[in-house]
Design a protein around this ligand. Structure first.
Ligand SMILES: Cc1cc2nc3c(=O)[nH]c(=O)nc-3n(C[C@H](O)[C@H](O)[C@H](O)COP(=O)(O)O)c2cc1C
Length: 208
């Protein structure tokens, strides 16, 4: 059962809504990562909106490149199981991905591939994607801002039958997108981030 979803009780209609829990996943481990920076900005925006935000590093879930033989021999690695459960403990997920050669980097794709292999008791495989709302964002030094990585990531998550919200954020010229206070400085970027956060909250709340 997704977090916050509970059996009906006589108190229904009188209990406060449980806090909306959103997981933020930066798709880069690099020191000074533009995507980790955007993930931090988005997490701050979500927290300002009253969301219970968790921001993780995929560095805390190290995984080998997916290999079917490895899975057959040793099973799904514990970090993949932990990552799947971390996703499952939230109502929605924001993935902030770099663009590598017009697509998602192996770090992001490999994490998704492994998570799709996890099957916890009383669940079907991939259920964690089907029951969750995803938002996607990217940061790049280029003018396109990682738009092609976003298209690839949307396709992957949609194929996992996740709900991927229509709004997305491609932060162009990301190295020059912040002011001295580490805040986004261009009104169009601020508006795009706020629209993304708003829609992620709305759709996640509807699915709670
Ligand atoms: C292998 C590789 C391929 C890349 N391909 C693209 C690309 O297709 N489009 C793009 O905008 N940037 C591309 N870049 C530049 C990255 O967007 C840039 O390094 C970015 O800062 C990486 O994200 P990070 O700062 O969060 O680590 C590429 C970088 C690498 C290392």
């Amino acid at each position: 059962m997704p977090p916050g979803r509970r059996p009906r009780s006589a108190l229904d209609g009188h209990e406060p809504m449980p806090a909306l829990k959103i997981l933020v996943i930066p798709g880069s481990l690099r020191t000074g990562s533009l995507n980790a920076r955007l993930a931090a900005t988005a997490a701050h925006e979500l927290a300002q909106a009253g969301v219970d935000v968790t921001r993780i590093s995929l560095g805390d879930f190290p995984l080998p490149i997916y290999d079917g033989d490895l899975q057959t021999k040793s099973g799904v690695p514990k970090h993949a199981i932990n990552l799947k459960r971390m996703i499952g403990a939230h109502h929605g997920v924001l993935v902030v991905t770099p663009e590598y050669n017009s697509s998602v980097p192996p770090l992001v794709k490999n994490a998704i591939d492994w998570v799709t292999r996890v099957q916890d008791a009383h669940e079907t495989r991939g259920q964690v994607f089907r029951e969750r709302v995803f938002a996607i964002a990217a940061a790049s030094e280029s003018r396109l801002g990682g738009t092609r990585a976003l298209a690839a990531l949307r396709l992957i998550l949609s194929a996992c039958r996740a709900t991927v919200i229509p709004n997305q954020l491609a932060l162009s010229f990301a190295g020059d997108a912040y002011d001295d206070m580490d805040r986004l400085k261009h009104p169009a970027d601020i508006e795009a981030l706020q629209a993304l956060v708003r829609q992620l909250i709305e759709v996640s709340q509807r699915m709670m």
